[in-house]
Ligand binder design. Sequence first.
Ligand code: IPE
Ligand code: IPE
Ligand code: MG
Length: 256
Amino acid sequence: MWNFFTKKNNVKDSNQLIDMNNIPKHIGIIMDGNGRWAKEKKLPRSMGHKAGVETIREIVKECNRIGVKYLTLYAFSTENWKRPTEEVNALMKLLVEYLSKEIDELHRNNVIVNSIGDINKLPQICIDKLNGAYNKTKNNDGLILNLALNYGGRDEILRGMKLLYKDVQRGKIKIENIDENIFSRYLYTNGIPDPDLIIRPSGEQRLSNFLIWQCAYSEFWYSNIKWPDFKIKHLHKAIYDYQNRDRRFGGVKSEQ
Ligand code: IPE
Ligand code: IPE
Ligand code: MG
């Protein structure tokens, strides 16, 4: 079996193995391992986050090139506020820098820069940058990049439930008509299809509160590689593996 991870392997080879007619429509990535990557190199954790931004650049570009329609990047969870202030500040600063430096190229490449999560609790400069990026790119028709910021799946479900409750109170919706489709409209991901593939590097095998409602039938792909070391060939390998899975959604295959 051809090995994706040999030294000889290059991106052109791994690219040839993926089926361009079966690219996942929505990929979610839990960008993990920045801190451990930095620790291994005896660097401060913030350097790991900085290196992680380079990976974001490459992966966004490649997803756009191969025709992924939605890419959701878990960048800051509702639980990440527990980290030391210094680290939280470094992450917010990197977000502002990323948006400032990349927005023109993202726009040129037709990417829409969207965010999910309770962004109003971020520093004002982050809110302004995110709104600016969205307003500039909202009419593009390429990849939709969802940055999950101050995002938590449980928080999202509670928020959705409260909004739905208000609409029930106002008489806009009848309680007996509430179904999965209607409830989904009250989530941050309203209008976005459920993720087909969730990638988590760094060795951890958990969701950490990422898209918990939306992941009901997503395919999961884990790897020990840390996010700053995650390359295009790893993305290709994840897509290749995804394409060789059998998604049944609770049913049976037609020939069985
Ligand atoms: C992921 O890397 C980035 C964020 C959570 C923002 P980590 O900072 O969690 O890295 P590890 O898990 O400590 O290695
Ligand atoms: C999940 O990673 C959050 C992001 C990648 C933004 P964490 O590093 O915060 O998750 P745990 O603590 O290992 O579960
Ligand atoms: Mg982590």
